[in-house]
Design a protein around this ligand. Structure first.
Ligand SMILES: [Zn+2]
Length: 401
């Protein structure tokens, strides 16, 4: 009995760690039993990130561990070691991707979950990785170990189907009626963007993945996947498999922090907002929808609560934002205390006078009540959220995680 993990096999030639891992599992000797494989998303700002920063792991029950190790040695040498150093083809990444540095690890017992919590919330290195019973390859060993150490308490499922290799240069064909069907299935989540109805199950850019359907149960993921694959207008898939995942767990976010706003700068063309506070600068990207709208509305003196990721550059990238209290935006003269007519200035430094009853008052201003664009927690639209982001609608009414 043991645990096998794999990470960082994304490359020009092969595409995706999920496909590599599926091939590995499909080729295990038949007397080796496997648990439900897991797909674990890790810290989004990791320096050596691959597409989506997902690592894979599975529990194995092997009657003879030595035979298993021989098999894995051979598999590694033939299928995974050759991926070392290849650069992933990616058109959608906002920064250069690292060359593939595949890593595979085998532990006899699952390492402590503390390593997972480090790897999902901060940079970790090989030195801090729990020592495996057996290890192959390079940097990918870190994610592979983290995927194994994931305690799996906050869980969702994703059914992934892979394309037939002969078809993978063509645009993906997924039956749109079947997509509507699965979107309405109980337990299927985050499959269509409710704003424009567009599907969220197919990856953008080159990938051997045909689709991935997310769900709150294994059965819902499996049922939706089969429904899509059986539909007449869906292309032939080469294989499919259900993974247990930490997606939508919110595990990557540290506790909510509260700040007072000092100033807000907005990028003139791209509309990204930088909110300077008495703590870190809070960044809200244009794609963040309501988060960005609220951030751009803020002014000096407003108090905010933020759930976000601390970027290595020291800024806090907001994933959830709430304004707790706000200052007045505009001011006006007070009303006359006896006839409720708005008073007027009699000239600089000469006080106020009521146009109706002519009574006078000291020179003061009242704040005009104002409502922010959003008064509760807000989050980015579905297609702009991280895989790890937990939807607000899954939380209690206070938005607590
Ligand atoms: Zn008056």
């Amino acid at each position: 009995m043991g645990w096998l993990g794999l990470d960082d096999t994304d490359s020009l030639q092969g595409g995706c760690t999920t496909a590599s891992f599926h091939a590995l599992l499909a080729d295990l000797p038949s007397n080796i039993k496997t648990g439900v494989p897991r797909l674990v998303r890790l810290w989004p700002f990791a320096q050596r990130r691959t597409r989506g920063n997902a690592a894979l792991a599975v529990e194995l029950h092997a009657p003879d561990e030595a035979v298993l190790m021989d098999h894995l040695d051979d598999w590694w040498r033939r299928h995974l070691a050759p991926l070392e150093g290849l650069v992933e083809a990616s058109t959608m990444s906002d920064r250069p991707q690292s060359p593939a540095s595949p890593g595979m690890v085998y532990y006899r017992e699952r390492p402590d979950e503390a390593f997972y919590w480090s790897a999902v919330r901060q940079e970790v290195d090989l030195l801090s990785t729990p020592t495996p019973h057996r290890a192959w390859g390079g940097h990918g060993k870190i994610g592979a170990a983290a995927a194994i150490s994931w305690p799996g308490q906050q869980v969702t499922w994703e059914a992934i189907a892979w394309r037939s290799t002969t078809e993978s240069t063509q645009p993906r064909r997924i039956d749109m009626n079947a997509l509507l069907d699965i979107d309405a299935m109980v337990g299927v989540v985050l499959s269509r963007d409710p704003r424009n109805g567009s599907g969220l199950i197919a990856p953008r850019g080159p990938s051997p993945v045909l689709f991935g359907v997310r769900a709150t149960s294994f059965e819902a993921a499996e049922g939706a996947c089969l429904h899509l694959l059986d539909a007449p207008k869906t292309e032939e898939a080469s294989a499919w498999r259900v993974f247990e995942t930490n997606q939508a767990s919110g595990d990557h976010l540290p506790p909510v922090q509260s700040f007072t706003v000092a100033s807000v700068g907005t990028h003139p063309a791209r509309k990204h907002a930088h909110v300077r506070t008495d703590g870190p600068t809070v960044v809200a990207y244009a794609e963040g929808g309501a988060v960005n709208a609220l951030a751009r509305w803020l002014q000096e003196g407003d108090k905010i609560s933020v759930a976000g990721l601390l970027h290595p550059d020291g800024t806090l990238h907001a994933e959830r934002l709430k304004v707790d209290s706000w200052v007045h935006r505009t001011y006006q003269r007070p009303l006359c205390s006896s006839c409720r007519v708005r008073m007027k200035s009699m000239g600089k430094g000469q006080g106020l006078r009521c146009p109706s009853c002519k009574s006078t008052a000291p020179d003061t201003w009242d704040g005009v009540p104002v409502e922010p664009p959003h008064t509760g927690w807000v989050e980015p639209p579905m297609d702009a959220r991280r895989h790890l982001a937990r939807p607000l609608s899954w939380e209690d009414s206070d938005g607590r995680m």
